[in-house]
Design a binder for this molecule. Structure first.
Ligand code: TYD
Ligand code: MG
Length: 466
């Protein structure tokens, strides 16, 4: 028998090399090549080509193409996970036969959320197989007891890390939903490399993809993220799966956010908000209320932003603290907003609004651990920083949104009516926003909410910090 073929695979980008190198020739990552061997050369060749010869047979009904009109429109009903916020992130529920990846840091609550979803799903739709490579059946059971999973629930637990054996169990049980916790702990007997290595993760993702599509069983994979926030087992996973959900939040805060990063069946950046309680995760129906709950009245350096995540408007508090720098280098720290965006906005404030920040440390934070990436947050950051510099608080019932350009102009942003409606519902009576977004007959004005359209940063600050 020929010795097994050895390849060195970059754990960052998946590139292969015949010998070890200190630096990946493809992506340039240092010390990322790891030896991987296939148990048998012919299986390795099949896997490396990404197309096991007969595995695609499960997918296709015939080898010939079909005319567009001949293909049946599948409006297969989505399956509800029984957790409204989770369904929302998925774009309205689980699509039959889809492969979903739920990524997040250890201890954030992935297993908890999926066990809750599994229990609901099992009760309402059909049997669920929960395969765990991290916990024993007893551990999962005791967690389930805590979450109030009843003994009559058709939920099958399997503590197993071998992919082939999990697939056998799927074939035997024919469950309505499969959960694999986690993709980094399972391994295929076809490879000798350790679980969690890129070859194993890729193999797991493809095998479960074929199982999901071939047998029309929706499958959820749990994935761990590395310390810099990327999903371990990098891009290969994201390409294979239909939907990538990211579970975020700070372990020290009770609330958690699930966000769609990629979704073949729905809008991305759709957001679900949960609260971790003693008995599992609880959906938060009104996130604005949660994020503003601890806001103190009359403090300088605080502004309320109406942001939109997916199709959902949320009010968050943007906080800034400007203090004299004690060291030579002024520090600029941003938590929840982009660091380079903050630098840009501070430069605009100095140049266009005449604020001097040269000798000051500037800290910006979104209260409650939320992250906002859209440019509509610009004006709220500017307002919070200016408010801290001048030590004057913004009016308590005033909200802001708008993009700030380099010449100090305030640019219009999408979905303004949605933001206005949310602010009005939360009892705000004044919104400082881009002039371009103000519609003369806006319904908000009738509700006693004043819309102040502004064109420049200077004008905005005049209206916010008189
Ligand atoms: P877990 O779902 O195990 O996280 P992950 O699978 O992402 O690693 O969640 C672990 C944390 O959640 C743990 O620190 C305890 C907390 N927790 C609660 O606060 N309440 C609960 O009901 C449960 C089950 C867990
Ligand atoms: Mg877990």
């Amino acid at each position: 028998m020929k010795p097994p073929k050895v390849v060195f695979v970059c754990q960052e980008c998946g590139a292969q090399a015949p010998k070890w190198m200190g630096r990946c020739a493809d992506c340039g990552a240092w010390n990322s090549l790891v030896e991987e061997r296939a148990a048998s050369p012919d299986l390795a060749a099949g896997a490396a080509a990404g197309a096991g010869t007969n595995r695609y047979a499960q997918f296709a009904t015939s080898g010939t193409s079909k005319l567009y009109a001949e293909v049946e429109t599948s409006n297969a009903a989505r399956l509800s996970s029984g957790i409204g916020e989770f369904d929302r992130v998925l774009g309205g529920g689980i699509v039959p036969g889809s492969l979903i990846l739920l990524g997040g840091e250890p201890g954030i609550g992935k297993s908890t959320l999926l066990l809750q979803a599994a229990a609901h799903f099992a009760r309402d739709i059909g049997p669920v197989l929960y395969a765990s490579g991290e916990e024993s059946e007893h551990q999962i059971k005791s967690r389930g007891d805590r979450l109030g999973v009843g003994p009559e629930t058709p939920l099958y637990l399997l503590a197993e890390t071998c992919i082939e054996r999990i697939l056998e169990e799927i074939a035997r049980l024919k469950p309505a939903l499969v959960i694999i916790d986690s993709v980094q702990t399972v391994f295929s007997i076809k490879f000798q490399s350790a679980p969690g290595s890129i070859g194993q993760v890729r193999e797991a993702a493809t095998q479960f993809l074929f199982a999901a599509k071939g047998q029309n069983i929706p499958t959820i994979l749990v994935g761990h993220v590395t310390k810099d926030g990327a999903l371990a087992g990098p891009k290969v996973l994201e390409h294979v799966v239909d939907t990538v959900l990211s579970f975020e939040g700070e372990r020290h805060h009770s609330h958690r956010v699930v966000r769609a990063v990629k979704n073949r069946f729905g809008a991305v950046s759709e957001l679900g908000v949960f609260e971790m309680t003693g008995t599992g995760l609880r959906a938060v129906a009104n996130p604005s209320m949660l994020f503003l709950s601890e806001r103190a009245a009359g403090t300088p350096g605080s502004a309320v932003l109406c942001c939109v995540e997916g199709s959902r408007p949320i009010l968050v508090e943007v906080q800034a603290l400007v203090s004299t720098s004690t060291y030579g280098n002024a520090r600029r720290m941003a938590i929840g907003v982009d660091q380079s965006r903050l630098s840009l906005l501070l430069a605009v404030l100095e140049k266009r609004a005449g604020l001097s920040l040269a000798g000051d440390d500037v800290y910006v934070n979104i209260a409650g651990g939320m992250t906002v990436e859209e440019p509509a947050a610009d004006l709220s950051v500017v307002a919070a920083v200016a408010s801290s510099v001048r030590n004057r608080a913004l009016a308590h019932k005033t909200a802001v949104f708008g993009e700030v350009g380099l010449s100090g102009e305030i640019r219009g942003i999408p979905q303004a009516p949605l933001r206005i409606r949310e602010a009005v519902q939360m009892g705000f009576n004044r919104i400082v926003m881009p002039f371009a977004n103000v519609e003369p007959d806006s319904a908000a004005q009738n509700d006693g909410c004043e819309l102040v359209g502004v064109r420049t940063v200077g004008e905005a600050l005049d209206n916010l910090i008189a």
